[in-house]
Design a binder for this molecule. Structure first.
Ligand code: URA
Length: 276
């Protein structure tokens, strides 16, 4: 039981640290210290020494209803988001709404920081992703890792997912009916995470989220707005070239355009632009 509690405190501390790194939208810096203090208080209770005791010590159990010291509203919110994403991933795993469920090895719901300020949305899993059940782990994923690192971030700071949660055979383009039956999972993920900025990677992500058919070359280079269904709050969206396209067109011009888009995203988040 004590191990469980320590694990929980560790997880929350790591989460809070990465939130702070990303400039945490609501997290007061003292929060982390408070959790460290409550962790050390709980693991090393200070009872008076035997010599100091004048009366018998009565240990009364903590009332069941009282939340532990580290369970602040902020920590609770992060844990709620994690739980909701986990429940959604379980739903994705059981989905048989389209024929892709028949050919998949694994579903690829998405992964990362449940409290991320920045979410990357790709198109659909490829072969490596299907095999591992994780987004962007193949060649295009390695390039995306480089882009994220160049932004001064890590995968733990952000969330990555796709429009489709299952691999289309032979990596063909997603079909309209597949997008229609799958995109509610993405919309729910975005509603749970509630990021400040979304990066749509490539044509399919940009077209789905912006409900447009404007070519990606015209969509990139400026900030757009994604309007989540059922929510009043719009979310900023930057569209850029898909890393797989960048791999096929690895020219100074395309690379500069993608980097330009990422710099806009960093500025939008009030984060430092590395190399400036
Ligand atoms: N391409 C995508 O769009 N998504 C992945 O997860 C991998 C490659």
């Amino acid at each position: 039981m004590a191990g469980e509690k320590e694990k929980l405190i560790y997880t929350i501390r790591e989460q809070l640290k990465s939130d702070m790194l990303l400039g945490g939208k609501w997290l007061p810096k003292g929060q982390l210290r408070a959790i460290e203090l409550s962790a050390s208080v709980e693991s090393a209770p200070s009872a008076p020494s035997v010599e100091q005791r004048s009366e018998p010590v009565v240990v009364s159990p903590e009332p069941e209803t009282q939340a532990p010291a580290y369970m602040t509203p902020q920590v609770e919110e992060i844990m709620n988001k994690k739980q909701k994403l986990k429940a959604l991933a379980a739903e994705v795993a059981g989905c048989q709404s389209c024929s892709l469920s028949q050919s998949r090895i694994n579903v690829v719901p998405g992964e990362g920081n449940a409290n991320a300020r920045l979410v990357f949305v790709g198109e659909a899993p490829g072969q490596s992703e299907d095999e591992q059940g994780r987004p962007f782990v193949g060649r295009a994923g390695k390039l995306l890792d480089n882009i994220i690192a160049a932004m001064g971030l890590t995968r733990d700071d952000i969330y990555i997912c796709n429009i489709l949660k299952c691999r289309p055979p032979d990596n063909r383009d997603p079909q309209k009916s597949e997008v229609e039956s799958c995109c509610h999972f993405l919309y729910e993920q975005l509603n749970i995470i509630d990021p400040e900025v979304i990066v749509a990677l490539g044509t399919h992500a940009a077209h789905t989220l912006l409900e447009t058919s404007t070519p990606i070359g015209q969509l990139r280079g400026k900030m757009h707005t994604y309007h989540p269904a059922g929510l009043n709050k719009p979310i900023k969206l930057a569209a850029t070239y898909h890393p797989a396209y960048l791999l096929r067109n690895y020219t100074p011009d395309t690379r500069a355009k993608v980097w330009d888009d990422m710099k806009k995203v960093l500025r939008e988040l009030d984060l430092p632009v590395p190399g400036k």
